[in-house]
Design a protein around this ligand. Sequence first.
Ligand SMILES: Cc1cc2nc3c(=O)[nH]c(=O)nc-3n(C[C@H](O)[C@H](O)[C@H](O)COP(=O)(O)OP(=O)(O)OC[C@H]3O[C@@H](n4cnc5c(N)ncnc54)[C@H](O)[C@@H]3O)c2cc1C
Length: 479
Amino acid sequence: MYDVIIIGAGPAGIFTALELIKLKTSKKVLIIEQGKKIENRTCPIEKTGKCLKCKPCCNITSGFSGAGAFSDGKLLSYHLSLYNENEDNFYLGGNDGSFIKQYLSTQEIKDLLKYTDDIYLDFGADKHLEGIDRRDEILELQRKAKKEDLNLIDIPLRHLGTEKAHVLYKKIEDFISEKVDIIYNTTVTDIVIKDGKTNGVLAKDLLTGDEKEYKAGKVIIAVGRKGAGWLEKLCKEHKIETRIGSVDIGIRYELPNKVMQQINELLYEGKVIAYPEPFKDKVRTFCQNPGGFVTTEVYDDGVTLVNGHSYKDRKSDNTNLAILVSHHFTYPFDKPIEYGENIAKNSNSIALGNIIVQRLGDIRRGKRTWKEELDNNSVRPTLKTAVAGDITYALGYRTMTDILEFIRKMDKVVEGFANPDNLLYAPEIKFYSNELIVDKNFETNIKGVYSIGDGGGLTTGLMMASASGVKMARILENK
Ligand SMILES: Cc1cc2nc3c(=O)[nH]c(=O)nc-3n(C[C@H](O)[C@H](O)[C@H](O)COP(=O)(O)OP(=O)(O)OC[C@H]3O[C@@H](n4cnc5c(N)ncnc54)[C@H](O)[C@@H]3O)c2cc1C
């Protein structure tokens, strides 16, 4: 019998527990996580050269600290409007569909970010902030981008680096484990709901197959993108209110560091947004990793997506970044997650269960890329398991047109951005979709069931997911 059950030990879940501990709560808290402890999370791809589709869960996306453990650890700084003090229209990372903006005031978000940033610093985050020096050069680059209708967002960030993120989250794990119960290798299969309110969850031990009920009056859903598919089904079954969300579909782009040198040095991550003709869809870059490595993440049903990260010290010759197109569907179609999954499945199946990679020059010439061409390409792929092929078989005309037009525009700002040897990997998809309708206390229409972090669409990134956990804890403590 617990007071609070948190589903998922990602940043949102663990910062809820952390803040409850800081508030010296008397509440009995349980975290249920389908993955492993952080020290047991390793991705075999570096040793085996291929994705082994780890069972019971992908180590990249599951386990203590969630998708954060293997993330590049770019933390949005709280200096949201450092250079535009009076603006409320600030950027919050991810697809900026950070719906938390709907629930909290600008000042509250800033305070929350500052508080959360301080916790990261206490646990050993790098004190250095990227993007605060050489202001004149940044402004000049922004002006150049504007001429191409590209909006280069200028926001300072803190870079943990993948290996340092591991160390930091291990310290948090040690701290939390002393004070709250955490069960690993266990997946929540259902939330127990009676008369419009919850009294716990059903959970299955993934190693033994045993199913058990855990009781609590408050259940926090913090399942991240990994749990988005499960969450969608859960909401349908229990009539938890949602609204049709969007899904971001695109590619991971890899090109030489020397092409990206200026942007890398000035900002570390250049977040660029555009609405290219003819569709005027929102196209944006995301998760830029200077000297980084392209990686994979495996979801339920074995769907493999591409992603990227970078270490603090170990560097490659390439920079990788996502180029994503926001897809908003209108009535009667209301299944953005399913749409994204189908694109991913098609794409995986063309590459026999792997990620496809193609040279930009080959796409322009209307031909696939062959392995021999990739072997002789000047940009060497950092994801060795990617299969040379044709991504235009998988991504739709609209998505491809948006991406190619965006690359063409970027080339005017960053010379060499459209070099034919640059590589496109697919599919990169962000399932931000299933947006749960919550009140200002993050509570759903089911009493005692709350939703935070990326899974329910409240946030779209490490820092905001963590901050949503802090806020959740304060709400719980005041209840
Ligand atoms: C490779 C990579 C690089 C990234 N780089 C960055 C970056 O540099 N900056 C940034 O801001 N963001 C980055 N992100 C995104 C960032 O990691 C996420 O925004 C953040 O982790 C979201 O936190 P969360 O707690 O909402 O969800 P998650 O971190 O996804 O955690 C959810 C947890 O819930 C568990 N879970 C799911 N379903 C269940 C269930 N039914 N039962 C029990 N447990 C369940 C999962 O196993 C997982 O551990 C990156 C992501 C990846 C994959």
